[in-house]
Design a protein around this ligand. Sequence first.
Ligand SMILES: [Zn+2]
Length: 220
Amino acid sequence: MTTVEVEERPPLTLLIPLGSTEQHGPHLPLDTDTRIAEAVAARVAESIADAVIGPTISIGASGEHHGFAGTLSVGTKVLATMLVEMARTAGPEFTRIAVVNAHGGNADAVAKARDACRSEGRELVSWTVNVPGADPHAGHSETSLMLAIAPDLVRLDRAEPGVLSPLSEIMGILIDEGLIGVSDNGVLGDPTTATAEDGREILDRLVANAIRAIGDDSVS
Ligand SMILES: [Zn+2]
């Protein structure tokens, strides 16, 4: 859209897909979270009448993946500042900004940004990916999602199980050393059981949750 096209529309809900650039095991691309965020945002935009999709933020807070090739991170503080500044500079053409966040590691930054915006009288709406019962990283859930969203990018021949222990058992090392201290291949879960069908089902659930989160906030 051009600036004039934005101006001519009634006030819009601006969806900002937020992902990451981080290792997702030997079989998924570095921009896995970014692609999931964009896929969810695209579907959410279909259901919210005044929604438009803004530019994607594709580098987030991924410090926990330090040491794995390809990972880039700006950290929680910078990401939170970026979201706050974006909300501050958005004009009256946007009734609200909704962050569609597909990386759990960004959640802290999103919450901090939301609080800061609120204290300034601005509303930053957000949704963060959450699949109850899912394996945490590059396992069945994320690999299934990618098989549904971008199957050509999944190297299934390279998929191998990672660490299967519950997060509560490995959280201490994760916090101290990052993922590299826990899992040699960067995977938490088992991608070898992934299917596109499961991915489509998970995506449907994520989209429904995101619409609920973003829709609910608009009512309040
Ligand atoms: Zn991910």
